[in-house]
Design a protein around this ligand. Structure first.
Ligand SMILES: [Zn+2]
Length: 407
């Protein structure tokens, strides 16, 4: 296989998590009697452009036929994040009723509804039918397609180039990252701005976030690599911000290469920091697997010890990262009997691979667990606040990544 950005043959493994079912393929009771399909979950690193990427595997297209759809609006923290972003960019770039905002992967309209409320014209791009319908109910026009150069050029021909193109947590999920970036270039006005948010590879490595690896997540990105991908497409990153979302993300601000805006010091500063953290050294990538294994082993050991001691342990949050962790660790209901989750779409289903049942959080009062393992550690604070009742019977919260912690 060759690198998806620079085409150099890939020879170095960053992380090998064996085989796993798609992380969002939640199972119904009837599914439990059927065979379950597992795909290789292996991540490579390119030693030329340092793009960290999932390995290609057979029948990858089948992965995306799963009917489960994530609705962004189910996370209250994410809605607040989206609203503050909208205010920030509206003010900074002077957006008004003559502007156009395009969001790629507009989901259920969690972000664009803020622009609609301010009278700023917008277009959402979203191929998932159920979320697109939800966005249209909020008066957001939606193009139900995957984004890339073809669609970008069509928007340009139709006079729909944008003053602002936003992409939150879509860039890492795109199989052809060069084509997607050329699409951004085509759909951008000559003075327009692109903002993209994606988890920062430097944080993934520093905090051993190996559970953020799953099949649908094609790229793991540093500023260094995204900078190169932008340049190749005729774009330039002129500013970057570090965010706390998803365990540490970047928000990059892009423009056309020939735009007159000056590049701020933030870009050089972060490129230096990545260099100091070894992001352009092969050893950094090659020493990651043993660290991931240590996290996995600590969790297994904890569950075995507590089970032997007769303690009741449950999990909270049937998130994709939970599935990566549980399946890599081979944890089944004997060690972790159930997962609590607030999303109606997941309740009374089963986790893919581990087949651990998912129940509504209201069960916590009857169960009175001694330990609650919070699988989506990035929302631990929110989960603890909502379930603080467990303190009444001496219950404790645990997170497993980057190391086993009692909270
Ligand atoms: Zn490369």
């Amino acid at each position: 296989m060759n690198c998806r950005h620079c085409s150099k043959p890939l020879t170095h493994t960053f992380l090998d998590l064996g085989f796993a079912p798609p992380s969002n393929a939640y199972l119904s009771e009837a599914d439990l009697t059927k065979p379950e399909k597992y795909y290789p979950l292996k991540v490579m690193v390119c030693d030329q452009c340092w793009l960290v990427q999932t390995e290609d595997y057979a029948q990858a297209d089948e992965l995306f036929s799963a009917d489960y759809a994530y609705f962004s609006s189910t996370s209250s923290g994410w809605l607040v994040h989206a609203e503050s972003y909208s205010k920030h960019v509206t003010k900074t770039f002077g957006l008004n009723s003559k502007s156009l905002v395009i969001e790629v992967a507009s989901n259920d309209g969690y972000l664009l509804k803020n622009f609609v409320a301010s009278g700023i014209p917008c277009i959402g791009i979203e191929p998932t039918e159920s979320t697109a319908i939800a966005a249209e109910k909020l008066d957001i026009p939606v193009i139900r397609e995957f984004f890339g150069e073809t669609l970008g050029k069509r928007l340009a021909r139709e006079g729909k180039q944008a003053d602002l193109i936003a992409g939150n947590n879509v860039y890492a999920h795109v199989p052809d990252i060069n084509d997607f970036t050329r699409g951004l270039k085509a759909a951008l006005k000559s003075t327009g701005t692109i903002t993209l948010e994606f988890p920062h590879l430097m944080q993934l490595i520093e905090h051993t976030q190996f559970d953020t690896v799953y099949h649908e997540h094609f790229s793991y990105l540093s500023l260094h690599t995204v900078n190169q991908i932008f340049n190749t497409a005729g774009l330039r990153i002129w500013h970057v911000e570090e965010l706390s979302t998803h365990g540490g993300s970047l928000r990059v601000y892009g423009c056309h290469v020939q735009d007159e805006r000056e590049t701020t010091a933030s870009v050089e500063k972060l490129l230096d920091e990545e260099q100091k953290n070894g992001l352009r050294h092969l050893e950094t990538y090659q020493s990651f697997q043993p660290r991931a294994n240590k996290v996995k082993n600590e969790l297994i050991q904890f569950l075995i010890e507590k089970t032997r001691a007769g303690n009741k342990v449950v999990a909270y949050g049937a998130a994709a990262k939970g599935n990566t962790l549980l399946n890599y660790a081979g944890i089944k209901p004997d060690l972790l009997p159930l997962v609590l989750d607030a999303a109606l779409a997941k309740q009374n289903k089963y986790m893919p691979g581990s087949h651990i049942p998912i129940l509504p959080p209201s069960n916590i009062e009857d169960l009175k667990p001694d330990f609650v393992v919070i699988l989506p550690w990035n929302i631990a604070e929110e989960v603890i606040k909502q379930n603080s009742a467990i303190r009444e019977w001496g219950g404790k919260f645990i997170t497993a990544v980057p190391e086993l912690r009692v909270l």
